[in-house]
Design a protein around this ligand. Structure first.
Ligand SMILES: Cc1cc2nc3c(=O)[nH]c(=O)nc-3n(C[C@H](O)[C@H](O)[C@H](O)COP(=O)(O)O)c2cc1C
Length: 325
């Protein structure tokens, strides 16, 4: 794993992403710095001195030494960069004005990865010759701190950052997930909207080892179901006291249960955890294992990822959305 490049942050013109690359696409690490952290790093690198920069989460640090710069994290192995290399790349990066038209999202890259096209390169000349100046993509526009009302700029730790950096994992580290984090995830699930606010769902929090093993079997032997935290989301249509046909009530409870799981998944990502959503399982087997008559809709397996991975690609927003005017 070698320090490779500095890229713009996803959601703002400030801050950056420091990228380490290994042998394949999955084998990469990215550290996201907010504006203040980048400013502090630049200050130290410009002065050619040693120094320590505490990062946003309160426990991670960057230690700049004359030869090697160490990135230490509470929940991740330490990363290192040659200080001279880092200095060169970071100082070059901050020299470039990161205007939206210089940031191009290529359909071939993982989304929302961005790459900078430099003004003076052949690549850039060809790029501008072939295309008219680009407007920022829809995604960039939405994620930009400038979107929305003037005074409602987004902080780098807000939900949009979580959306744009979340990535499922099927390999969890053995680290225990702190109880307070599980509490927050469950509380977040409880904030999801439900039909008529009847909360047509139930969540099973599986702590028992044997039950986890049984769920692995019920889920087509997917081994990662035996995760540090396993939540089974079930539909409970009888809670939905609305005078509608049964199929609508069933649909409502499926949506209630799915939304709650989605909120839990986002909350987990916001807490530095990762997860895998499991939809492939034998419902009857899961019901028997849990001793319930409620239909399970999804199993959410959560833990610390063995390593941080960049988000996966998506089709273009334009292809996803059909506008009916
Ligand atoms: C409805 C649904 C069912 C899924 N079922 C499974 C599953 O049974 N096993 C699995 O490994 N992943 C499953 N996934 C996870 C997806 O494969 C994963 O979310 C997708 O590849 C996108 O990756 P990302 O979450 O990192 O963006 C499921 C996801 C959803 C939304």
């Amino acid at each position: 794993m070698k320090f490779s490049k500095v890229e713009p942050a996803y959601i703002s013109n400030h801050g950056c992403r420091l990228v380490w690359e290994g042998v394949d696409e999955d084998d990469s690490d990215t550290v996201i710095l907010n504006k203040n952290e980048l400013d502090e790093l630049v200050e130290i690198l410009k002065k050619d001195i040693s120094g320590t920069i505490p990062l946003e989460d309160g426990s991670s640090t960057i230690l700049v030494n004359s030869d090697v710069t160490q990135f230490s994290f509470q929940d991740h192995r330490q990363l290192e960069a040659d200080t001279f290399d880092l200095q060169k790349k970071v100082l070059e990066f901050v020299k470039i004005p990161h205007e939206p038209q210089y940031v191009h999202i290529s359909s071939k890259e993982y989304y929302p990865s961005v790459s900078i096209r430099k003004e003076d390169t052949e690549e850039r000349k060809n790029f501008t010759a072939k295309r008219t100046p680009q407007k920022p993509s829809l995604l960039q526009a939405i994620l930009s701190p400038k979107s929305g009302k003037k005074n409602e700029s987004l902080s780098e730790s807000d939900v949009f950052r979580i959306f744009s950096t979340r990535r499922s994992t099927r390999k969890f580290s053995k680290d225990k997930v702190e109880d307070w984090k599980v509490d927050k995830i469950l509380a977040a699930a409880d904030t999801a909207p439900t039909a008529g606010n009847f909360q047509g769902l139930k969540i099973f929090y599986i702590k028992n080892k044997n039950t986890k093993h049984a769920l692995v079997e019920a889920a087509n032997k997917q081994p990662y179901v035996n995760a540090p935290v396993v939540l089974v989301f079930c539909m409970d249509p009888d809670r939905v006291k609305l005078k509608f046909p049964q199929d609508i009530l069933d649909k409502f409870s499926l949506q209630d249960s799915t939304l709650a799981a989605a909120y839990a998944q986002i909350a987990a990502a916001g807490l530095g955890l990762s997860s895998i959503w499991i939809g492939m399982f034998d419902e009857k087997k899961v019901e028997t294992i849990l001793g319930t008559k409620l239909r399970p809709s999804s199993i959410l397996c959560i833990g610390y990822p063995d390593k941080k991975r960049p988000p996966k690609s998506r089709r273009k927003l334009k292809e996803l959305i059909e506008v009916i005017e």
